[in-house]
Unconditional design. Sequence first.
Length: 182
Amino acid sequence: MSDSAIIVAELSVPAREAPARAAATAAWLLAQGVIRPNERPDPLWRPSRYDPGPAASTALADRTADRTADGAVGDGVDIIDRRQIHDPGGNYTPPGCPRCAVPLDADTHTALILPWLDGDEPLVTCAHCGAAALLGDWSGQWAVLVSDLAVRFTNWPPLDDAFLHALQAHLGPRCRLIHHLL
């Protein structure tokens, strides 16, 4: 399977709106040429619904980034429209407080994830400064998040900031990045 992914998770889109928002996002990515349908899906080699498209390099921070053996910029793209946990793989670190940046205790963070998956996003109070914020607003690219809508770029190089802003405009107002590495 893959060894890395960039996941853009939108935290505020409710489950009932996720399929329509995902379809609109897919249509935009297809129209931009960033993705194309995967015409030869394979559950082990190319499981993603979409492959990098002819203009995929326009989404990259470094347009001269290394390509795969077949010349693609990455392995695939999945647009997820169902509730799931997005994790950083083996690089987990608990997120930091949005006010003082002191990390949340790892055991506390871990204990909040399954209840979030089954219900509402928890409001968390920082033990250091007393600030309260929704868990998804605590910062950290190696944290664990829950959402009903996300786009996963498997084995892609870093994405361009302008592209990420445009993608986030299609997904919704509370997008967060998760860098998944095995």
